[in-house]
Ligand binder design. Structure first.
Ligand SMILES: Nc1ncnc2c1ncn2[C@@H]1O[C@H](COP(=O)(O)OP(=O)(O)OP(=O)(O)O)[C@@H](O)[C@H]1O
Length: 849
């Protein structure tokens, strides 16, 4: 095989069939039947099973036993379907995260999924890449690799194409690169030797087979809450059972009522509903181009108080265009170029020092270099033939730490170095400059003049590059005598959506800080253009200033990865929840140090993507804001169904406990009615609540504290109050129906309770705003869930078969109206409370004169 052409695509396909995909062993997916069985291994299912057994064996009430069995099965199947949905969502995410590799096949460089690599492929790697398979180094330019995961060696190891004789230990194989190590510097080409489970890491068993399934802080909170409610329910169960027993109920009766009450009073569906809401939320975010890698990050996102963002490509479109040129003492705009070749001496070195090409009108390669190639073509240069005429023999690749790059070319006169980079950096490195008077020493006055010129362009938001040349005696070493040829100002317009997204953050109480490697003046101009106020601190300021000044500044320029870590630490120490973006090889520590590390999906390195908690597939700042909105909405929705479920649970406990005392042992509702309330009447609406759209005010409120309690004392108070109203109403309905006998009274109480739940659903959608706000008509799922519950309830009341089962009797239309009227009380009372809250709030926030 010719390494400059790589494998033939057909041959690669044939080998792939032979060797199998280049993947490490994944944890085997659970078969569906085990997932289904798992639904029945929980306290609810066991209790229901016990209840069915008691009903069937002790009571000999087979119909009841079958009905409980059906409830049990329904609950299990619903859980199974939900969990399958979230498993699929997670699998979909994993698929989106699967890495790709650049490989030479049939003479062209292609990006293919890393899983499709085969032995014999030629893979191109560069700084920031993860090595996709084991391979022998064919070519290396300053190639250094971090193999710590494999060998424990923490320092990067230099790699070269020289092969060692004999068998070397893993750590000494300097001509081999291994799967999962990362390239920390330089670039190179590898000839793949082994793939998948046959690689060195593949042999170290399932090193990577872990995906975190740790419960999120919210889930832990809800677990604790569930435990407390269960204790409360336990007490209620004991009270009700004791009263029934004393009133002469049979053992079987007492047990079934106790079990049904236990089921109705414990919010056992809550943790599952939270998990489903979080994973489905994750999928929705992924579809909107924000891939969240870990579940807890969804919650943290909602609590974000400051977003630190890159500039290039995130706030700007990353489409660079050369706008101004300063050459031989003369500044001009690109628009005024006349096509003459008087810029040839500046532009030839500028394009020699770069690899971007223009193909079919589009730039392939680095956008800055693309801008230079386009400019050169506009000025009449034939870039390809210029590059062919001066072959490159060595290079110093661009490094954000150096802020320049250099290439070395063989010419008739010897070795010529072409350098391009940040203007202020090259101004420091250069010794001479080309002016209208020819090439002169860079004396102090000349420097001042150039600095003023750089500033003038930077003020307009242009990124100022300088081009320099020199004669190199040793390549690749920067010559001591560098001649600065001229300056080129490049613009990169802000993304059209950036300003709106920043305004949204401001309204939501989230600070936005811009952190860039660019020049302070350029950074300030671009920041101000998108609505981030203030002027830039530079890298040296960051080193000098204390935490307080750092947390207050909004724009940081000439920042190194170390500065990013410093900024993240200062912000976190002052109590902020920090989202930080990054794309480079050295950004990983800052990304890990932030609460939410955000990596760029398009331009980001594998290393950054691995360290991040979230990946933006469109590299767009606005997507971070969308993700924050989702994070807040998800938390909001979780609060909604916690309020919904817990008020139902409290109502059930209060109504049944009070009922058993008031009715001297007669039960307010039959066990099956309670099961119905719990399994049928509140399952679908609770799920629909989890999928509610964002509340209109959700981005106009300050961020929630991370880890803030969902059930604060005040909220619990209102939930209990709503529960009490529901309990009293249900008892009243029973009282109204009782002259017509116990079955009618029970049916009326049962129906009222179910309607109470539906009405309360409207209450919990907005904690402060009226239920009749703009949200009312949104979320058809909720209305569909409510409608289906009403239809099912009518069936439970009116169908003869159901009547036999539940002990219901047919209600008159007016009974339904009475039930609805009673049930609506919880809505009017909540509306009153919210109205009152709004008035006092407005009074409190009215400005004093
Ligand atoms: N390909 C390149 N060749 C030479 N110099 C470059 C190149 N790309 C960028 N520079 C210079 O290096 C400086 C820093 O670039 P760098 O890529 O680190 O900034 P950046 O990270 O793109 O900015 P941001 O942090 O906003 O994304 C730029 O201001 C520019 O002057």
């Amino acid at each position: 095989m010719d390494p400059t052409r790589g494998l033939d695509p057909d041959e690669a396909r044939r080998r792939l069939r032979q060797t199998g995909p280049n993947r490490l062993a994944e944890p085997a997916a659970r078969p569906w039947w085990r997932l289904l069985l798992a639904q029945f291994a929980n306290p609810l299912a066991v209790t229901l099973g016990a209840a069915a057994a008691v009903a069937g064996v002790v009571e000999r009430s087979y119909r009841e036993a079958i009905a409980i069995g059906i409830a049990l099965a329904l609950n299990g199947v619903l859980g199974f379907l939900q969990e399958r949905r979230s498993e699929r969502a997670v699998a979909e995410l994993r698929h989106m995260l699967s890495p790709s590799a650049r490989v030479r096949r049939g003479g062209a460089v292609l990006a293919v999924p890393a899983a499709e690599l085969v032995p014999g492929d030629v893979v191109l790697v560069r700084a920031g890449d993860r090595v996709p398979a084991d391979g022998r180094v064919l070519r290396a330019a300053n190639l250094e690799v971090d193999e710590s995961g494999l060998t424990g060696e923490t320092l990067p190891v230099s790699k070269s194409a020289v092969s060692l004789d004999g068998e070397a230990g893993l750590a000494d194989r300097t001509s081999m690169c291994h799967m999962t190590s990362t390239v920390t510097r330089g670039s190179g080409e590898l000839l793949v030797t082994t793939t998948g489970t046959r690689t060195e890491v593949g042999k170290v068993a399932d090193l990577l087979a872990h995906t975190s399934t740790e419960p999120t802080p919210l889930q832990r909170q809800l677990d604790r809450l569930g435990l407390r409610l269960a204790l409360l329910a336990g007490v209620a169960v004991v009270v009700v059972a004791a009263v029934l027993w004393l009133a002469g109920g049979s053992l079987g009766e007492v047990i079934t009522v106790a079990v049904a009450l236990g089921v109705a009073a414990i919010p056992e569906g809550l943790p599952a509903a939270v998990a489903v809401t979080l994973t489905l939320g994750m999928r929705k975010m992924a579809r909107q181009r924000a891939i969240v890698k870990r579940l807890p990050a969804v919650e943290t996102l909602g609590a974000t108080t400051v977003i630190c963002t890159d500039k290039t490509g995130t706030l700007t479109v990353n489409r660079m265009t050369a706008r101004s040129v300063w050459y031989a003492g003369r500044g001009r705009t690109v628009a005024s170029l006349d096509g003459g070749l008087d810029l040839r001496d500046l532009l030839v070195p500028a394009v020699l020092c770069g690899d971007a090409v223009v193909r079919d009108g589009a730039v392939v390669g680095d956008p800055i270099e693309g801008a230079l190639v386009v400019l050169a073509a506009k000025a009449g240069l034939d870039v390809a033939s210029e590059r062919a005429a001066a072959p490159r023999i060595a290079e110093i690749p661009f490094d954000p730490g150096l802020r320049y790059m250099a290439t070395f070319h063989r010419t008739v006169a010897g070795t010529r170095a072409c350098v391009k980079g940040a203007a202020d950096v090259l101004l420091d490195l250069a010794t001479r400059v080309r002016t209208e008077l020819g090439d002169v020493e860079l004396t102090r006055p000349v420097r001042t003049r150039l600095t003023a010129e750089i500033d003038r362009l930077a003020h307009r938001g242009e990124r100022v590059l300088a081009v320099a040349i020199g004669d190199a005696s040793v390549a690749p070493e920067l010559p001591a005598d560098l001649l600065l040829l001229g300056l080129i100002g490049v613009t990169d317009p802000p993304r059209p959506e950036a300003a709106d997204a920043i305004a949204e953050c401001k309204a939501a109480g989230i600070d936005v800080k811009m952190i860039t490697g660019d020049h302070p003046t350029t950074a300030t101009a671009v920041a101000n253009a998108v609505g981030i106020d203030g002027s830039a601190l530079s890298g040296t300021d960051i080193e000098r200033l204390g935490d307080e000044s750092l947390t207050q500044a909004a724009v940081f320029a000439r920042v190194t990865p170390e500065h990013k870590i410093r900024i993240v630490r200062a912000l976190r120490r002052s109590g902020h929840v920090v989202a930080m973006t990054g794309d480079g090889v050295n950004d990983a520590p800052a990304l890990k140090g932030a609460d939410i590390g955000v990596a760029m999906g398009r331009t980001g390195s594998d290393v950054a993507k691995e360290a991040a908690a979230m990946i933006l597939t469109d590299d767009n700042f606005a997507t971070i804001v969308t993700a924050v909105r989702h994070g807040r909405t998800i938390r909001d929705n979780i609060v909604k169904f916690v309020r919904f479920q817990v008020s139902t649970n409290v109502a059930a406990i209060l109504a049944m406990a009070a009922g058993s005392v008031l009715l001297a042992g007669a039960s307010l509702m039959t066990p099956l009615m309670l099961l119905w309330v719990n399994v049928i009447a509140d399952g679908p609406p609770a799920l629909a609540l989890g999928l509610e759209p964002a509340r209109p005010g959700v981005m106009r409120e300050p961020p929630q504290r991370a880890g803030a309690q969902i059930l604060t004392g005040r909220r619990l108070g209102w939930i209990t109050a709503a529960g009490a109203v529901m309990a009293v109403g249900t008892l009243a309905a029973f009282g109204l129906g009782s002259p017509r006998g116990v079955p009618t009274a029970r049916t009326l109480a049962f129906t009222t309770f179910v309607l109470f739940q539906l009405v309360n659903l409207l209450n919990v959608r907005d904690e402060r705003g009226s239920a009749f706000g703009p949200l009312l008509v949104r979320n058809w799922r909720l209305w569909a869930a409510m409608a289906s519950v009403v239809v099912l309830q009518a069936a439970a009341v009116h169908l003869p078969a159901a009547q036999g089962l539940f002990g219901t009797t047919a209600l008159r239309p007016v009974d339904w109206l009475v039930a609805l009227a009673i049930a609506s009380s919880v809505l009017w009372l909540e509306e009153l409370r919210k109205g009152f809250l709004r008035i006092t709030r407005r009074r409190r926030t009215r400005p004093c004169r």
